[in-house]
Design a protein around this ligand. Structure first.
Ligand code: EPU
Length: 342
């Protein structure tokens, strides 16, 4: 079934809780309806945007186009070997429900990504990551429909252009393709990944911990540090952690020897926590009108009440400016902006 609504409020469709409107909003529940709708698009002159659960997006203005919300559900096992299980999951499945499903079956690979808000279809777009894991490590392929003609195309992992919080779906293919299913390869012999700060320590209270225990620990840490979007509007980390090349890094660390930093997988690159830069620019826990930074994790911008998208955007610009003036580093946004050229 396809539901097409006009002049529709997006307040319930973005985790910031911004009351922006879209000219049209189309919701489809299965793949063939989605293809049909695209082939017979009633408003072909309008620009199209794909919206999953809206947990990584900031609406700065109303959207004068057509939003397609693919709400395809279902988790289907398509292959089993002694070591792995391949599952095909609908883009509209809630991400954490899928993690819960996998952990209950003792299938490893996504337990570190517990409690990340959003839908399965959004996972590959920004290559969600947390506590030492990225979703690209377990994605086998991404199944899409081309908006131009409704044709189907599958992207194997190595065609997805995965990087730190990015992929081809966020760059070259943005608003040109709709993800309808994602195929994952999960391990039947899970290996715990507990090296990220704090995780191993917390696991000590369990005797020979399994992935269910790891999931509990990750949920505990996230609940302590990150605001629940159901209670305080937010979209997780608003900025990416900046990555500095060797030379830049040497200058930076000479001037700020107390700054935490981590080597990345690529040689010669150093990651600096944006949270630290923001805190040391005086923005931790600050509030401007209805918008602010979360006191326990200033990398997360929050909507304390009825903030408009503009208020949150303006706050983010002030933070970028201050961080740049103090550290000579320009923070890059992780969240997608709608309604502004950026
Ligand atoms: N820090 C501060 N002040 C603070 C909080 C943190 O200086 O108030 C510094 C500390 O040095 C700390 C470091 O920041 O060690 C890292 O903090 P944290 O472990 O909370 O992680 P993060 O780098 O701030 C990233 C992801 C999160 C993910 C966590 C855990 C990005 C942009 N963010 O945050 O992802 O949950 O690691 O893996 O990479 C998201 O993408 O929406 C998200 C929440």
């Amino acid at each position: 079934m396809i539901t097409l609504r006009e002049n529709y409020s997006l307040k319930k469709h973005n985790s910031f809780g911004i009351d922006a409107r879209t000219r049209y909003f189309a919701e489809t529940e299965n793949e063939s309806d989605l293809v049909n709708f695209i082939r017979h698009n009633p408003v072909p002159e309008l620009s199209v945007m794909i919206l999953g659960a809206g947990s990584n997006i900031l609406f700065i203005n109303d959207f004068e186009g057509l939003i397609i919300h693919p709400n395809i559900t279902g988790i289907e096992i398509i292959k089993e070997t002694p070591d792995f299980i391949t599952v095909r999951v609908g883009a509209g499945v809630n991400w954490d429900r899928f993690v819960e499903w996998a952990v209950k079956k003792n299938l490893g690979g996504i337990e570190n990504l517990s409690l990340i808000p959003g839908s399965v279809g959004a996972g590959p777009v920004q290559n969600i990551g947390a506590y030492g894991c990225e979703v690209s490590e377990v994605i086998e392929q991404v199944e899409t429909i081309q908006i131009a003609d409704g044709s189907k195309k599958e992207y194997h992992n190595d065609e997805c252009g995965f990087g730190y919080r990015t992929s081809i779906f966020k760059t070259d293919l943005k608003d040109r393709t709709i993800i309808h299913h994602v195929v994952f390869r999960l391990s039947r012999k899970p290996i715990l990944k507990a090296d990220y700060g704090g995780v191993r320590d917390r696991l000590k209270k369990y005797n020979s911990p399994n992935i269910a225990d790891l999931r509990k620990v990750i949920i505990e840490i996230r609940n302590e540090k990150l605001p629940d979007p159901e209670k305080i509007g937010n979209a997780g980390s608003f900025f990416k952690n900046p990555v500095l090349k060797d030379e830049e890094f040497r200058v930076f660390i000479m001037n700020h020897p107390d700054a935490p930093n981590f080597m990345t997988e690529q040689d010669d690159f150093h990651k600096i926590p944006a949270a630290w830069l923001i805190e040391h620019s005086g923005w931790k826990g600050k509030r401007v009108g209805n918008a602010g930074t979360y006191p326990l994790q200033p990398l997360v911008l929050v909507n304390y009440g009825n903030a408009t998208g503009k208020e949150i955007y303006e706050l983010s610009e002030k933070i970028r400016e201050d961080v740049f003036n103090r550290f000579n580093i320009m923070l890059e946004r992780e969240v997608n902006l709608v309604g502004i050229n950026s």
